[in-house]
Design a protein around this ligand. Structure first.
Ligand SMILES: C[S@@+](CC[C@H](N)C(=O)[O-])C[C@H]1O[C@@H](n2cnc3c(N)ncnc32)[C@H](O)[C@@H]1O
Length: 236
């Protein structure tokens, strides 16, 4: 389960210290226009929704996230964005009243790792195989036929540490596990550990991921060029 409670208070400082490039992520989302509404799965503290809404205030946006503490920060950040609805929920059993033209997830729940010319593989915050099938089925129920699903692309994960914008030291360690890997996140302030979070990730080969997505109605839609931040799938 991808619960981010421990990291929530420090999430923005870590992510905006170069971990994710939010302007680039939103540039990439906007190449998929036109769309009038969009759903973000695992919206966290709302950093993508804020950038997207600032650039395109007429979009109707919904963000869903499992971690209440992340959503508290998102609510505060997005309070002036009346075009955004935030909901607490788990992707494996969420139920909304509408279907969306675009759904996307960047680092939340599912993403692809692309390492040079190696075969991409999918990473999931959902450790149990059955949860991945249920989650993608729930997601598929919320994307209209002909709509688009975008799952973020990340580089290979490795152990590293760096000083972030608030002066604290962020570090992460990765260890392989039976079906994926375990990732430990730490934040230290001098000798004190102020945050420690351990998450279990499941991985799928590209072929297995495409089969699982296709079974829920999402067909891989390759895009030209190499600068994309998302892999695209079309809902049939
Ligand atoms: C790395 S953060 C990404 C947040 C945001 N997309 C961003 O780019 O800053 C991952 C988020 O996914 C959420 N998440 C993990 N598992 C989830 C699930 N099963 N259902 C909904 N959200 C989930 C976590 O709570 C966390 O906020």
């Amino acid at each position: 389960m991808g619960d981010y409670t421990n990291m929530s208070a420090y999430y923005d400082d870590i992510m905006t210290s170069g971990y994710y490039d939010y302007a680039g992520i939103v540039d990439s989302l906007l190449t998929h226009q036109p769309f009038a509404n969009a759903l973000e799965i695992g919206c966290g503290t709302g950093l993508i929704l804020e950038e997207l809404s600032t650039r395109q205030p007429r979009l109707a946006l919904t963000g869903i996230d499992l971690t209440e503490a992340m959503l508290v920060i998102a609510q505060r950040r997005l309070q002036k964005h009346h075009n955004i609805t935030l909901l607490q929920g788990d992707v494996i059993d969420f139920q909304l009243a509408q279907q969306y033209e675009l759904a996307f997830s960047y680092g939340g729940v599912w993403y692809f790792v692309i390492d040079g010319d190696k075969e991409p593989f999918m990473v999931s915050h959902l450790a149990a195989d059955a949860d991945n099938h249920h989650g993608l089925a729930r997601l598929a129920a919320h994307v209209r036929p002909g709509g688009t699903l975008l799952l973020g692309i990340q580089g290979p994960h490795h152990n590293y540490e760096r000083v972030i914008s608030n002066g604290m030291r962020y570090s992460q360690t990765i260890a392989p596990s039976a079906d994926g890997f375990t990732k430990n996140y730490y934040l230290t302030d001098g000798p004190n550990t102020v945050m420690a979070q351990t998450l279990q990730y499941r991985t799928y080969s590209f072929a297995d991921a495409c089969r699982m997505l296709s079974a829920q109605g999402f067909d891989y839609a390759p895009q030209q060029g190499r600068k994309h931040r998302f892999l695209a799938f079309t809902k049939h």
